[in-house]
Design a protein around this ligand. Structure first.
Ligand SMILES: NC(=O)c1ccc[n+]([C@@H]2O[C@H](COP(=O)([O-])OP(=O)(O)OC[C@H]3O[C@@H](n4cnc5c(N)ncnc54)[C@H](O)[C@@H]3O)[C@@H](O)[C@H]2O)c1
Length: 337
């Protein structure tokens, strides 16, 4: 199989994670990179010895050698780059959340269909082992029809206050909720009909960051089943792991419970800190194994001509659900999706 040439726009935390992941996939080569931050561009170029460097994303998407473009800019800045890549006829991976409005997400889906190229949203947790095994159990009917579910994906306050600089331009539903809503749609294999959402907004605003502390929402599926979700950005920094991630699926015949944040196999305790490092990291490649698997899925699709396992339509569904939760919170009533 020939090597696919990848161009990455946005070289922050996730852009660099993707570079490491692509470099460990034999069918991929990161040929070009782009970032508006010149210093960062130079640093990443030198660190990973990247052949082509673009300060302007239009030059990257129009590079005829590039087969696949990956967009890793902040949550609210995906549309412009994705549209340019699709218009240039490139297969495109967009980081989650696909967009922060369904209008933007819809335009991306339409453009990918018009151009006949793949658009995949990087909902990488679908490749995370526990979630993948759970999908297998659900598909084999081991817990029967899912009646209700609970999922929380929360971060310590370090994430909105120090890790990302643009937290006031997104919120926990876009940043974290998009992951778990996608997982729930995947497991339930049904559409969400109605949502009811609430938020609390006190601590981060007090710290000068204009975004909610946490959202909680109830999702009602068309088949009558229900799910509750929670996404917080204000967990104390003393937590042993930056992410608190749980998922319970309760079915007619059994239940599945996942605790992705409790890495019970590995604890690191020093005089002032208690940590549970991520055990899904491949030390030799310095990659998170499931992130690599997710990106490889798009490359496999390009090479085989088979639709990617996560499509733009999947991303659009998640975007519409989040928009409805935000509207529900604003109007203080349940909202049809
Ligand atoms: N799939 C996952 O599990 C996962 C994990 C982390 C982050 N993400 C997503 O990845 C995206 C990026 O997050 P991050 O944490 O890397 O953010 P970041 O702030 O660390 O990086 C964003 C980068 O985009 C660059 N940028 C901004 N404007 C640009 C422009 N006009 N042209 C080119 N580059 C520009 C910035 O200079 C920066 O280097 C977000 O949407 C985030 O939600 C996904």
């Amino acid at each position: 199989m020939s090597e696919l040439k990848v161009g990455i726009i946005g070289l922050g935390i996730q852009g660099e994670t993707q570079i490491k992941a692509f470099r460990s996939i034999p069918s991929a080569k990161v040929l070009a990179i782009c970032d508006s931050n010149e210093e960062r561009l130079k640093l990443i170029r030198e660190k990973y010895n990247i052949q082509k460097v673009y300060a302007n994303y239009l030059d990257l998407v129009n590079d005829s050698e590039i087969d696949v473009v990956s967009v890793c800019t902040p949550d609210f800045m995906h549309h412009e780059f994705v549209m340019a890549a699709l218009r240039a006829g490139k297969h495109t991976i967009v980081e989650k959340p696909m967009a922060t409005s369904s209008k933007e997400a819809e335009e991306m889906v339409n453009e990918s269909k018009k151009k006949g190229v793949y658009l995949m949203v990087n909902f990488s947790n679908r490749w995370s082992p526990a979630f993948r095994i759970a999908k297998d159990y659900v598909e084999k009917g081991e817990i029967g029809e899912i009646l209700h579910a609970y999922s929380r994906l929360n971060d310590t306050i370090y994430v909105p206050t120090s890790m990302i600089k643009w937290s006031s331009k997104t919120n926990t539903l876009w940043f974290l909720g998009s992951h778990i809503i996608d997982l729930l749609l995947w497991y339930f294999e049904d559409e969400v009909e109605e949502v009811y959402g609430k938020r609390v907004s006190k601590l981060l605003v007090k710290k000068g960051i204009e975004t909610a502390d946490a959202y909680q929402a109830i999702l009602q599926f068309k088949n009558g089943s229900i799910a509750t979700i929670e996404n917080s950005w204000v967990l104390p920094q003393g937590e042993p792991f930056i992410v608190d991630f749980k998922l319970d699926l309760i079915g007619e015949k059994g239940a599945i419970r996942i605790d992705r944040s409790h890495h019970g196999m590995l604890k690191k305790i020093t005089y002032d800190k208690y940590e549970m490092p991520d055990i899904l990291r491949n030390i030799d490649e310095d990659t998170i194994t499931f992130v690599k698997d997710g990106l490889k899925a798009l490359l496999d699709s390009v090479q085989s001509g088979k639709t990617p396992p996560v499509t733009g339509d999947d991303g659009l569904k998640v975007t519409k659900i989040i928009e409805s939760i935000l509207e529900s919170n604003k109007r203080n009533i349940p909202v049809k999706v």
